[in-house]
Ligand binder design. Structure first.
Ligand code: ZN
Length: 657
């Protein structure tokens, strides 16, 4: 492992100890072989002045919610050093008491809570303390001969057996350093957990960490291999959608299923012994809150209903029963990682962020397992220890308080005609309601238009079946399935009466508004049948029920998709897919309505543009966002018992009523 220390950059962080702490914390955080998703922490001891100006020794320790990679000074709450050390001398300290006392020792009660390893940082007698859960060293400690190997590589370190983190770990280390002066060691290694290095100098503490990790890497290189088999296999996307459905049902809510089909993920998933080696436990128990103890192992071609997931749930319940001391409530029993034989590794989660964290951990885990196997075996901690951490209140607290889930959390949506108007607003409404949304448009600008959280723009020509199929497959490959489709793309040309209708207007309007919608449904229905509360929404028009002169092609196309939707509602009800039509009118903030079209239509009624815009019973203009909110709501549980409906959103129209 290379040191990233740079004298020039370091000089810009040299104003005080805390600034230097920020610098080397970021160096540690920038390597995910050292620190992943909150799995590591750092501190510095310094003196400061309290509110009254009295000088005080404090520990600045990483606060919860901060990532070492991007940490800043406010990410290190200051706690009183002397009193924090006194906590380590107590015989016992309950978790609630530890949390309360650490908060009581903070100089600023509004700062983030200090790390659960704060007491340990306080008692180590050095200024800068660096702690990581580095892959290389933890992998060696998960070897059947781990203790011997570590003793051989690290004669100058104190190696301690595994113990649950928190107060009892602080106590263990406190006792150990009373008997062994830590200044004689380069670091402390905690079996199955991680490494501490420390020094009066920030650079030395950091460089020692790099040195210890490098020694572990060199041992691995000499005695085993860090290079592992790769494979490249095709996957069946309908099987992926089936797996996702089974996992969503097990968790009780829609889940994304993000497939990692990189050659190394598929190589691992293709190993004949994968079911054995992948199910022995995590690299470090800390990962259990993200990934559960073990992944589900899924066959290349899972049988109907994916029985592997039901088996995982049954096994999880048995694991809970076997380890529950009596007063715990079971967490949801669904897997977070699926090892899909030959397909790769799947991360199941309620958001892309959660899936990305799980995927990162899964990637590091398969590296550690295979590396461990190459040097004599992979042996994780007993399930009892993993269980203890999984159900530890302070560990679960790291996931944050569970707020009420959004209506489309974990769902996957596609919206056509997404570059502007109703389509773009619908992407935004669905994403705000928790879905991941891909907006399709023939206009390449759609990519730049949809950059908000949870949204992606994708170029697709809806008049080309190959382009539609490619887009739909790309969405399913990325997220694992499909739950909501919004058929919105359409063109509108007014002012041509039937007798002067050009063939081009007629053909184009029907091709884009009607035929493309049918092709799009054909491509998406197989996945929607495997969706969660799946919903097709068709954007019709007031023109269907109350046509006007001069837009025959448009009115016919909207009547056509309305009829298409009605047939789809009949055909798909048995599969639980709802199909509904929304008929907007008076929505003028869309690309369809050029100033010219607006003026023409207004003139036809003898109205000004302003009068024309609010020409409905309620006397109000309908905005794209109003239609978008309605579409998102119809796709939600609110309309769970509605299919085949036609819902006007037109300000009230006497001809429709
Ligand atoms: Zn730790």
């Amino acid at each position: 492992m290379k040191s990233l220390w740079d004298d020039k950059v370091a000089a810009t962080f040299s104003d005080d100890d805390l600034a230097m702490r920020v610098y080397t914390s970021r160096l540690l955080g920038s390597s995910d072989d050292l620190v992943m998703h909150g799995g590591g922490n750092t501190s510095v001891k310094a003196s400061t002045r309290d509110f009254f100006g009295n000088e005080l020794d404090v520990l600045y320790v990483k606060g919860s919610g901060w990532d070492l990679k991007t940490i800043e000074k406010p990410g290190f709450p200051a706690i009183k050093l002397k009193e924090t050390c006194m906590l380590a001398e107590l015989e016992t300290l309950s978790d609630p008491d530890m949390t309360r006392q650490l908060r009581a020792l903070m100089l600023d009660p509004t700062a983030p809570s200090p790390s659960v390893e704060a007491i340990l940082h306080a008692i180590l007698p050095a200024k800068f303390i660096d702690h990581t859960h580095t892959d290389a060293i933890v992998t060696l400690s998960n070897n059947p001969k781990g203790e011997d190997i570590l003793a051989e590589i690290f004669p100058d370190c104190l190696v301690l057996p595994y113990i649950m983190p928190g107060f009892i770990l602080s106590r263990q280390v406190n006792e150990a350093i009373k008997q062994n002066d830590p200044s004689q060691y380069k670091g402390i290694i905690l079996m199955h957990h991680g490494v501490f290095t420390y020094s009066e100098d920030a650079k030395v503490a950091y460089e020692n960490m790099i040195e210890l990790v490098t020694r572990a890497e060199e041992y691995i290189g000499a005695h085993g291999t860090a290079e592992h088999p790769t494979a490249q296999c095709e996957v069946d996307l309908l099987d992926l959608a089936r797996i996702r459905k089974a996992v969503s049902e097990a968790r009780g809510c829609a889940q994304l299923a993000m497939l990692d089909q990189t050659p190394d993920a598929q190589g691992f998933a293709s190993l004949p012994k994968v079911a054995d080696i992948a199910t022995r436990g995590p690299i470090t128990p800390d990962h259990v809150i993200r990934t559960k103890r073990i992944p589900a192992i899924i066959d290349t071609k899972p049988a109907e209903g994916v029985p592997e997931i039901a088996q995982f749930v049954a096994d999880y319940k048995a694991y809970f029963e076997a380890n529950n001391p009596g007063d715990l409530q079971i967490l949801d029993p669904a897997p977070r990682v699926g090892i899909w034989r030959s397909g790769g590794s799947i991360a199941f989660g309620s958001s892309e962020k959660e899936c990305n964290i799980i995927a990162d951990i899964a990637r590091h885990t398969r590296w550690a397992i295979q590396t461990g196997e190459s040097i004599g075996g992979w042996e994780a901690l007993p399930e009892k220890d993993i269980f203890e951490l999984e159900y530890w209140v302070l560990e679960q607290a790291k996931l944050g308080k569970s707020s009420t889930p959004k209506p489309h959390q974990g769902k996957i949506a596609i919206v056509t005609g997404a570059n502007s108007g109703i389509g773009k607003a619908t992407c935004e409404a669905l994403a705000a309601d928790g879905a991941v949304v891909v907006g399709l448009d023939v206009n390449p600008e759609v990519v730049a238009q949809l950059t908000g959280s949870g949204m992606t723009g994708m170029v697709c020509d809806l008049t080309d079946s190959a382009s539609i199929n490619a887009a739909v497959e790309q969405v399913v490959t990325r997220y694992g399935g499909l739950d909501i489709v919004v058929c919105n793309a359409g063109i509108f040309k007014s002012g041509e009466r039937i007798e002067d209708h050009t063939e081009q207007t007629w053909d184009q309007t029907l091709a884009i508004n009607l035929t493309a919608t049918q092709r799009f449904l054909t491509a998406t229905i197989p996945y929607l049948k495997l969706g969660i509360n799946a919903s097709i929404l068709v954007v019709g028009s007031r023109n269907f029920a109350a046509p006007g002169p001069g837009a025959a092609a448009y009115s016919v196309s909207k009547a056509g998709i309305t009829q298409l939707a009605r047939v789809a509602a009949l055909e798909l009800a048995a599969d639980g897919v709802r199909v509904n039509v929304v008929h907007p009118d008076a929505v003028f903030d869309t690309a369809l309505w050029t100033q010219e079209a607006l003026a023409q239509s207004a003139a036809r009624y003898g109205l000004t543009i302003e009068e024309y815009k609010s020409k409905n019973l309620l006397g109000r203009e309908i905005r794209s966002t109003d239609v978008a909110r309605l579409l998102s709501t119809v796709a939600s549980d609110v309309f769970v018992a509605t299919s085949g409906a036609q819902i006007p959103i037109d300000g009230g129209n006497d001809r429709v009523i």
